[in-house]
Design a protein around this ligand. Structure first.
Ligand SMILES: [Zn+2]
Length: 277
């Protein structure tokens, strides 16, 4: 028997950070005058998100979409469709600001603006928070508690969730290995890595899945519509889903489902001696 819901051996969380144009505007608003550069982000919202929603529907899967407030305002109809299809919407800053670059007051303002933008689309509060670039300031956890989040998906100290002391926030851990950006993000306007073939990401992700499955962990995959939403990479994502579904007892779930399960499953109690976080 695995530790997950109904004895599942492994949990899988497919997540999409819908940065859209904010990826190119964060930290450099002069890019507002560069429509070519911004169009990379526009592709993510306007073309990739619908393709991803189709893929998820064909596979009968629910995913978690982390959305900056600016994206929710600029592409409100699209984010509304994601929500209406039953996927989870999480907080991802306002204009993709990294909290480490903000004062405490600025960080709280970004938190509030992001919340207001998401609530305007979904009518509810997001349960989850993923920081842009996964960066935390020393205030972030307290802010998550103040604004009643259930979980954070930002830390890399384990591949099994845990509960942050004092705040009670559940952590659904991530890792750069399970992010599409190191493989696919190409910055035409600065130092950048070469673009990797989709097969390279598939190889890395499928072998990491096999390991996480072996140890009964959480396979939390972070993707960006403007990156993984390219046609050839979507075929790779389908291949990965098929590969994962070849294993018995895998629980596909959204972030809030996993956090709710973890909070009440008793697994939390087993973490204390193992983790120093
Ligand atoms: Zn992002």
């Amino acid at each position: 028997m695995g530790r997950w819901k109904n004895g599942a051996q492994c949990a899988v969380m497919l997540t999409f950070d819908v940065d859209a144009e904010t990826l190119w505007l964060a930290g450099d608003l002069t890019n507002l005058d560069k429509p070519g550069l911004l169009s990379i982000g526009t592709y993510g919202a306007r073309v990739a998100v619908p393709l991803i929603l189709d893929l998820l529907k064909e596979n009968d899967l629910k995913a978690t979409f982390f959305v900056p407030g600016w994206t929710a305002e600029t592409h409100a109809d699209l984010i509304g469709v994601i929500h209406a299809m039953g996927h989870e919407i999480g907080h991802h800053g306002y204009l993709h600001e990294e909290p480490t670059t903000l004062s405490a007051d600025e960080e709280e303002e970004v938190m509030r603006k992001g919340l207001a933008a998401l609530q305007a689309v979904t009518g509810g509060r997001p349960a989850g928070y993923r920081s842009p670039a996964w960066e935390f300031s020393t205030n972030t956890l307290q802010l998550l508690q103040k604004y009643q989040f259930s979980y954070s998906s930002n830390m890399m100290s384990h591949f099994i969730p845990w509960q942050h002391a004092e705040t009670g926030i559940i952590e659904l851990p991530v890792q750069w290995l399970l992010d599409d950006a190191p493989f696919f993000l190409f910055r035409p306007n600065g130092p950048s890595r070469p673009i990797q073939p989709a097969a390279t990401a598939y190889q890395a992700w499928s072998e990491e899945f096999r390991g996480i499955y072996r140890f009964g962990g959480l396979f939390n995959l972070t993707m960006h519509p403007q990156l993984t939403g390219r046609p050839g990479r979507l075929l790779m994502l389908q291949q990965l889903i098929d590969y994962i579904r070849g294993f018995p007892d895998v629980w596909f779930a959204t972030g809030s489902e996993i956090a709710d399960y973890w909070r009440t499953s008793g697994e939390n109690d087993n973490q204390g001696g193992m983790l120093d976080v």
